[in-house]
Design a binder for this molecule. Sequence first.
Ligand SMILES: [Zn+2]
Length: 119
Amino acid sequence: MKHRLPQHCHWCGEEFLDTPGPGRPKRYCRSSHRQRAYEARRLGESRQLGPDEVIVSRRAWDALRDALYRLESAAEDVAVDLEAGTPTKSDYVQALAHLSEAVRQLQDVSVEPVAIGSD
Ligand SMILES: [Zn+2]
């Protein structure tokens, strides 16, 4: 039985299992993601972007930036709250809930490079 290795899709970032064998390791979790990555590369080349550059939508960029800002703010709030006085277990629980909510909002943000034919 072949050992399956966890990989991260180069398109969506989701973890998937690849079966080792001859040939290159899989880079994408599904063929549609391989296709969208190909189309995004083609679009980038047509706009003379470098191999490490991608085009993302303004909406996705704003959502990511906002979620990162909320996470940074939550981390600062928690640091200030826990450094003041002697935090109780309840303070830690509230801090963790506050941070977890900011992380959850960040996890809800989906940023994919714009591909030809995508909306
Ligand atoms: Zn994928």
